[in-house]
Design a binder for this molecule. Structure first.
Ligand SMILES: NC(=O)C1=CN([C@@H]2O[C@H](COP(=O)(O)OP(=O)(O)OC[C@H]3O[C@@H](n4cnc5c(N)ncnc54)[C@H](OP(=O)(O)O)[C@@H]3O)[C@@H](O)[C@H]2O)C=CC1
Ligand SMILES: CC(=O)N[C@@H](CCC(=O)OP(=O)(O)O)C(=O)O
Length: 349
């Protein structure tokens, strides 16, 4: 394990995933935070905006146009889609690693990226060397990566939920895989929007993106790779009246071979060495509050009749679904203990 401190920059320090990175990295033993950007609040001490960080972070926000990001060892982009790809090439040329929490480096097919994100991809060369950042599925490639496309929040639940079955060929693709997913409102970010006003989003619940959500192609591409087969996948996200947390319920049809297998034991074995994936006891019904504020993802399996399996997966969308997973990726890239900065217990109540 390396002991030297690395210099870390965060572009987009005023957003929800940005401040979550600050919360986790402030106590990371191998990290020295050196630049935290904001366009509108440059010059403001970070702790003035986020008093919870008083005494832990002494820096002020700096303007992303002038911040000395090339002096960092790694830069996190906790920004809207399109920002990281405009700066990645220059940072890589300065030997700085890049971890993007947005979608710039998640989809290898630039035509699909352009279709869903309505912008051309400005650096396909960088994209081609980017690694999709789910450590439990892709750890070896992450070790040597210079650019990480940190996954979307919904994809992390679906992919970790399904991976053990797909790796064994236990899903019968004659029926579609269905994922019915629910997110807390922080998933939409901190920017002001009518849909996330208290009076609009509390005491109510709604589906959205039913005709198509940009995480569908992201999940589909990864499922296809894991299954080595084309698959039908139905995905419906929902907005629910809580601040943080995500629960995905996933329905699959099992192959005949899978029906003879102890699937709970298969999951326990697949994730036995994974600190951040917890396979719950038989019959468990995981709740989002059991992972709140932590990098933990919990999975429960429920057989339904002889042919179907229902998976229930929970995570904190801002931690394992975003900033925590990004820190986990950083730890792997720099040879640190994967748990550094991430041994945070869930908050209760
Ligand atoms: N929220 C979630 O649960 C998840 C979010 N993500 C992704 O992570 C990224 C960040 O999300 P989130 O933190 O929720 O978003 P927010 O809207 O809360 O924050 C966005 C941040 O980006 C900064 N910013 C905006 N435009 C630019 C720009 N052109 N150049 C530099 N900085 C800019 C803003 O700061 P300022 O205006 O002060 O410069 C702000 O700090 C998004 O791509 C999102 O899709 C991924 C997984 C989960
Ligand atoms: C509740 C809510 O609005 N969630 C966001 C997903 C956040 C996320 O992970 O999305 P990115 O792919 O943009 O990084 C959404 O559905 O747009």
């Amino acid at each position: 394990m390396a002991s030297k401190k690395i210099k870390v920059g965060i572009v987009g320090g005023t957003g929800y995933t940005g401040v979550e990175l600050l919360r986790l990295l402030a106590l990371h033993p191998q990290v020295e935070l050196t630049a935290i950007t904001s366009r509108g609040d440059a010059g403001l001490p970070v702790a003035d905006m986020f008093p919870s960080l008083r005494g832990y972070i002494d820096l002020a926000f700096s303007d992303p146009a002038t911040a000395n990001l090339s002096a960092c060892d790694v830069v996190f982009f906790a920004t809207p889609h399109g920002v990281a790809m405009s700066q990645a090439q220059a940072l890589l040329a300065a030997n700085v690693k890049v971890i993007d929490l947005a979608a710039d480096f998640r989809l290898q097919d630039t035509a699909v990226f352009e279709q869903w994100y309505k912008m051309p991809h400005s650096c396909p060369d960088v994209l081609s060397e980017a690694v999709y950042g789910i450590p439990e599925l892709n750890r070896e490639n992450i070790k040597s990566a210079k650019v990480i496309g940190n996954p979307g929040c919904y994809p992390t639940t679906v992919l970790l939920g399904l991976a053990p079955l797909l790796e064994k060929g236990y899903i019968d693709f004659s029926a579609p895989i269905v994922a019915d997913a629910k997110s807390g409102v922080s998933g939409a970010g901190r920017k002001a929007e009518v849909a996330t006003l208290f009076a609009e989003s509390s005491d109510s619940m709604k589906a959205y993106g039913v005709a198509g959500h940009r995480h569908h192609p992201e999940i589909h591409a990864q499922l296809t790779q894991l299954a080595n087969a084309d698959i039908q996948f139905i995905f419906v996200p929902h907005l629910i009246p809580m601040i943080r947390g995500m629960l995905s319920t996933i329905y699959v049809k099992l192959t005949d071979a899978a029906k003879a297998v102890d699937l709970h034991a298969l999951y326990e074995q697949r994730y036995q060495h994974e600190r951040f994936v917890d396979v719950m006891p038989a019959g468990a019904l995981p709740e989002t509050r059991s992972v709140r504020g932590s990098n933990q993802l919990r999975i429960a399996l429920h057989r339904q009749g002889s042919d179907y399996l229902t998976l229930i997966v929970v995570q904190d969308n801002l931690v394992k679904g975003a900033a925590g997973q990004a820190v986990q990726n950083m730890n792997i890239m720099f040879g640190f203990d994967e748990r550094s900065g991430l041994e945070v217990l869930p908050l209760l109540p």
